[in-house]
Design a protein around this ligand. Structure first.
Ligand SMILES: [Ca+2]
Ligand SMILES: [Ca+2]
Length: 267
């Protein structure tokens, strides 16, 4: 059923590309996320389908909130499954750098990989207790040094090359992942904004246009995240990851991987 959805996605994207080829002006902006259908529309998402704006956001919050929650120590082994290298079952693929590294090199030393909180834990101060700080939908393996360079910066375009960052850029107040991770980051951040609304003892996480959010429960830069969602549509890796989290660990889904067009429908 995943394959069916991917084929639909690609056929829509190709049709759109064919239309754009006929235009004289170069199409520099990304193709907007096309409407998709998934096997979950009639079940998991049935109360959300057809809605837009705050109504859609609220409906998705209700749908994705029931979940199994992991301890922070359990996250290590989960990431070894969700982020396994499709070409080497001994390795995980690291966010931002794209490097394939041995699962056994998890830790805090140079050359290790650790647990990156894509929604930086200081933005809302949720830490590593069970909750947003252990939610697999925004936790990814990352190189220890690249993770440290990202720190708690907001996301935006621009900056200079990150050492061993796979093409990621950074400046004093923001971080730009390599192209292949841009959409992933956008969809992870926006999942967190919908999932955490302040009703469960944690802060109400929300995206905004700032790159100076510091410890506030916000993450920028929304306009750039929307652009990244359109430029880098969900990959097979991301789809498989979402499915593994749903089937095996948390039993909730990231709606923006299933329906990337819902980003524009809400924001
Ligand atoms: Ca991607
Ligand atoms: Ca929220």
């Amino acid at each position: 059923m995943l394959a069916t959805r991917i084929r639909r996605w690609k056929s829509v994207a190709l049709a759109t590309t064919a239309v754009l080829v006929g235009l004289t002006a170069p199409a520099l902006t990304a193709t907007p996320a096309a409407a998709t259908t998934t096997a979950y529309d009639a079940t998991y998402y049935k109360n959300a389908v057809g809605k837009t704006g705050t109504s859609l956001k609220s409906s998705l919050h209700t749908i994705i909130t029931p979940q199994t929650k992991l301890s922070y120590s359990a996250v290590w082994n989960a990431l070894k499954v969700t982020d396994q290298d499709p070409n080497n079952s001994n390795n995980v693929i690291l966010l931002y750098s794209g490097v394939s590294r041995s699962k056994s090199l998890n830790g805090g030393a140079v050359g290790n990989w650790n647990r990156e909180h894509t929604w930086a834990k200081s933005h809302g101060d949720f830490g590593e207790v069970t909750g947003p700080g252990t939610d697999l939908h925004h936790l990814r393996p990352a190189d220890v040094q690249v993770n440290s360079i990202r720190g708690n910066k907001d996301f935006d375009n621009g900056g200079s090359s990150v050492t061993n960052g796979g093409g990621s850029l950074t400046d004093s107040d923001s971080f730009e992942p390599r192209d292949a991770d841009k959409g992933d980051v956008a969809r992870m951040i926006l999942y967190m904004a919908v999932r955490y609304d302040g009703g469960d003892g944690f802060a109400n996480l929300e995206p905004n246009e700032s790159v100076n959010n510091g410890s506030n429960p916000y993450m920028g830069k929304l306009s750039v995240l929307k652009q990244w969602n359109a430029e880098d549509p969900p990959s097979a890796f991301e789809e498989k990851r979402n499915q593994a989290i749903y089937d095996t660990y948390q039993h909730n889904r990231n709606p923006f991987i299933d329906h990337p067009e819902w980003v524009e429908a809400i924001w």
